[in-house]
Design a binder for this molecule. Structure first.
Ligand code: NAD
Length: 270
């Protein structure tokens, strides 16, 4: 498969987790990939792995909540590969210490989560779009979450950031549709990455058993993989999705289809 041959792609938070799998998949399909990540060691590993497979990638160490660093990421993409076609705004954090209600959430925690999860998407798009325009179009895919659609207790900043990502997606799509720049969001359910394993470890038991329990709460009976998300990103970034913009796609093993009332009074049980 080489449907992205010659396309230049930036993946933020692209060293590990969902971003890492997606960066490798883009490279396997012919794209020239810029991995932007704060984790230098992991970034250098993935750059090396992609190159060892005979594909092309460059790692740029960057904190994408910082304007100048986003600008540098885009400049490197253009400098190394001659332009920019696709931006996967994947980055997001949910630090274990942030599980607090609003009154106990330190302002710095709020600012960091919203800065990384939402402001980075704005900043990266701000610098990426002029380059996409020069190529006659492009695609921006924003990683939101099912937590942008429904919520849980003790995640005010994460919830607000993910709702904001969905709203920003709809809004940006309108500004750029006429220029052939599509803007889409994805809403993953629980995906097996370091982020989820860190949260699972807080429960204190065996992590694999905890992940199995998380999986059992998804109608499809398992949690997702980075590959499940990457598959969707490949489709949305491709010309096969050329009539899609301004919308979000849920990829969650049926999680959002399940009513909060399901299993309660009046519902049928096995
Ligand atoms: N894992 C899930 O269950 C799940 C579910 C829904 C949505 N998401 C979203 O998917 C995205 C990726 O999540 P993941 O589970 O792969 O996370 P992860 O923690 O496994 O990986 C995140 C990557 O982002 C990098 N990163 C963190 N802060 C950064 C910064 N300021 N600048 C640049 N890079 C930074 C990390 O170094 C890491 O490589 C996030 O937006 C997350 O909210 C994840």
């Amino acid at each position: 498969m080489a449907e992205f041959k010659g396309k230049v792609v930036i993946v933020t938070g692209g060293a590990l987790g969902i971003g890492g799998v997606t960066a490798e998949e883009f490279a396997n399909r012919g794209a020239l990939v810029v991995v932007a990540d704060i984790d230098r060691d992991a970034g250098e590993v993935i750059e090396g792995r992609i190159r060892a497979e005979g594909n092309d990638a460059v790692f740029v160490e960057a904190d994408v909540s910082v304007s100048r660093q986003c600008q540098i990421v885009v400049e490197r993409a253009v400098g190394e590969f001659g332009g920019l076609d696709i931006l996967f705004n994947n980055v997001g954090i949910q630090p274990p210490t942030s599980y607090l209600n609003v009154e106990n959430t330190p302002e710095e925690t709020w600012d960091r989560i919203v800065g990384v999860n939402l402001k980075s998407h704005f900043l990266m798009a701000k610098f990426a779009i002029p380059e996409m325009r020069k190529r006659g179009g492009g695609v921006v895919i924003n990683n939101a979450s099912v937590q942008g659609l429904q919520s849980q207790r003790l995640v005010p900043a994460y919830a607000a950031s993910k709702g904001g990502v969905l709203s920003l997606t709809r809004q940006m799509a309108l500004d750029y549709a006429a220029e052939n720049i599509r803007v889409l969001a994805i809403c993953p359910g629980t995906i097996d990455t370091d982020m989820v394993r860190t949260v699972a470890s807080l429960e204190g038991g065996d992590i694999e058993e905890t992940l199995d329990r998380y999986g059992a709460s998804h109608p499809i009976g398992r949690i997702g993989t980075g590959q499940d998300i990457s598959n969707l990103v490949m489709f949305l970034a491709s010309d096969a999705a050329s009539f899609m913009t301004g919308s979000h796609v849920i990829v969650d093993g049926g999680y959002m289809a399940l009513g909060a009332w399901a299993g309660g009074a009046g519902s049928f049980q096995d």
